[in-house]
Design a binder for this molecule. Sequence first.
Ligand code: NAD
Ligand code: DAU
Length: 340
Amino acid sequence: MTIIVTGGAGFIGGNFVHYMLNQYPEDRIVCVDKLTYAGNMSTLAPVMDNPNFRFCKTDICDRAGIYAIFEEEKPDVVINFAAESHVDRSIENPEIFLQTNILGTQVLMDACRKYGIKRYHQVSTDEVYGDLPLDRPDLFFTEETPIHTSSPYSSSKAGADLLVLAYHRTYGLPVTVSRCSNNYGPYHFPEKLIPLMIANALNDKPLPVYGEGLNVRDWLYVEDHCKAIDLIVRRGKVGEVYNVGGHNEKRNIDIVKIILKELGKPESLITYVADRKGHDMRYAIDPTKIHRELGWLPETKFDDGIKKTIKWYLENREWWENIISGEYQNYYEKMYGDRK
Ligand code: NAD
Ligand code: DAU
């Protein structure tokens, strides 16, 4: 089977590429990634020599480039991770979010229609459901919860979801959609809460907590997300949406304190800063459907996952220090500039 994985030089896509090549060494993985600031070739360095792996530096909005890859590779499955993914950046500059997240998705699906595929999978987010109030811990997002977005990021993801489901209904494209909660784990770009706090704590820099730090996120170890996507692609029902999350809600301030404690750093590093505009209060996934229909359950408990993650950042300082210094952006040219 040939699988196109878009956004494979990013956090979740990179973990997914590693997971799939380990799990199914006979499958061919073609990674399509534009290498924006969030794409990092050193994440893929361990698999670049694998004969069943190919990397294409291509924008998913580049129709001719995408069609050429489909023509050559004749993929069976396309899994779309590629996106602008950071809420704060979407508040500063919404346009690129609409381009990549909506129009890029359309280009990929048009290619799927033109060349034919067995499955197109859209990696979406729980943020399309908006947020839940802090004083209603009995409420969770189900697949029936109305779409009700807050940020340009979540709106662009919701737009893409609707388009994907429309391509199924209108053209019969065999699609599935997964909506996952916050991921954490190796290769997480240090602009997001957990890796940023780890990096700052290790550098004895202030830890910027938005507002009062009372917002709640539902954290899932990235490998559990990869396993859920794999399962949905292989056994999920065409035209369906699956929520992915593990009932692991935590307040931001508690996450920050856990990280400081693990690293033996003082809480005096915590600095409260101005809140994010339109900041969602609480996310919480009800994963009943994926559990009941596909037997999926998260395997990594938060206590173990956060320790593993912190250990990874301690053992891979070069990976995130190169990001902070900007050095990683020269990596592709240096390592792969002459390589076809
Ligand atoms: P990321 O920002 O770490 O990686 C995104 C990747 O997409 C990068 O490698 C980037 O270079 C690539 N990319 C961006 N624009 C592109 C374009 N136009 N063409 C080709 N490649 C492009 O993101 P992530 O956190 O790994 O998220 C991956 C997907 O999962 C996204 O669709 C995101 O919405 C979704 N998601 C993320 C989380 C989370 O907690 N991080 C949770 C649920 C869903
Ligand atoms: O829920 C899934 C989503 O999770 C994904 O769709 C997004 O791509 C992903 O980025 C993530 O979005 P969040 O906005 O929840 O993640 P972020 O790490 O940016 O922030 C997590 C929480 O921490 C949020 O309440 C804002 C807060 N925060 C974040 C940063 C970067 C801080 O308090 N300080 C910070 O410096």
